[in-house]
Design a protein around this ligand. Structure first.
Ligand SMILES: CC(C)(COP(=O)(O)OP(=O)(O)OC[C@H]1O[C@@H](n2cnc3c(N)ncnc32)[C@H](O)[C@@H]1OP(=O)(O)O)[C@@H](O)C(=O)NCCC(=O)NCCS
Length: 185
C-alpha cells in the first residue's frame, strides 16, 4: 500500500502553521525560503500519512529521512521544488524515493556530464536527473555515502548500481516532473 501526495505551497494554511512553529525553532538560522520548503515537505508527508489513517505531528521524531519513530513499518520520501512539495509513504518492505522538479527546469550540459552513467538509457536530461535523485533517495545511508548519482544506471523503469537495484516510474502532472523510485528491503 502506498500514498503519494503533491501539494502547492499555500494550499493547507493550518498544517503549514503547525509545522512552521517547529521549523522556526529547529531551523532558526536558515533562510525563510528554506523554512517554507521544509514545512511544505512535512505538510505533504502529514497528508500522505493521514490517508493511511495515521496522524503525524511536529512532536514526532524523524529517524533520518526515511522513517518516523513509532511508525517504523512505514517508509517515506519527501521532495520539494519552489512552490510545490510531495511525499510518498509506503507500508511494507519497500523503500521509496521521490523527486519532483518543475517541468521548466533546464539541466545544463555541465551538470549532465557529472551525473551521467556510461550505460544510462536514452532519456531527456530532466527525466534522467529526476529518476536518479529519486533512486538515490531510496538507497540506505550506508550506500548513499559510497555512491554519487553517476553510479546509478537508469534504464526503462529500472535503476541499478553496485549492489543495489530498484524500479522507477513517472507520474503525469501538468507542471511537474514527478518520479517515484522504489527498492525492495
Ligand atoms: C539527496 C539529494 C537527492 C537531495 O536533493 P534535493 O535537491 O535536496 O532534493 P529535494 O528538494 O527533492 O528533496 C529534499 C528532501 O529530500 C530528503 N532528503 C535529503 N537528503 C536525503 C537523503 N540523503 N536520502 C533520502 N532523502 C533525503 C529530505 O526530506 C529533504 O527535505 P527536507 O530537508 O526539507 O526534509 C541530493 O542531495 C543529491 O542529489 N545527492 C546526491 C549527491 C550527488 O551524487 N551529487 C552529484 C550531482 S552531479
Amino acid at each position: 500500500m502506498n500514498e503519494l501526495v503533491i501539494i502547492k505551497s499555500g494550499e493547507h494554511p493550518d498544517l503549514e502553521k503547525m509545522w512552521m512553529e517547529k521549523a522556526e525553532k529547529q531551523l532558526a538560522r536558515f533562510h525563510p525560503n528554506r523554512l517554507k520548503e521544509w514545512v511544505n515537505g512535512r505538510v505533504a508527508l502529514t497528508m500522505a500519512f493521514k490517508r493511511m489513517n495515521i496522524d503525524i505531528t511536529p512532536k514526532d521524531e524523524f529517524l533520518g529521512y526515511q522513517k518516523i519513530k513509532g511508525q517504523e513499518k512505514y517508509t517515506f520520501s519527501i521532495s520539494h521544488t519552489p512552490g510545490w512539495a510531495g511525499a510518498i509513504v509506503v507500508a511494507g518492505n519497500v523503500q521509496p524515493g521521490l523527486d519532483i522538479e518543475s517541468l521548466d527546469r533546464e539541466i545544463d550540459e555541465k551538470i549532465l556530464e557529472r551525473f551521467i552513467h556510461p550505460y544510462d538509457g536514452k532519456f531527456e536530461p530532466l527525466v534522467l536527473w529526476t529518476a536518479k535523485e529519486a533512486a538515490y533517495k531510496s538507497l540506505p545511508d550506508t550506500v548513499q555515502q559510497k555512491f554519487w548519482l553517476q553510479s546509478i544506471q537508469i534504464s526503462e523503469g529500472k535503476f541499478s548500481g553496485d549492489g543495489f537495484h530498484g524500479v522507477w516510474s513517472r507520474i503525469d502532472h501538468p507542471e511537474l516532473m514527478i518520479i517515484e523510485a522504489s527498492r525492495a528491503l
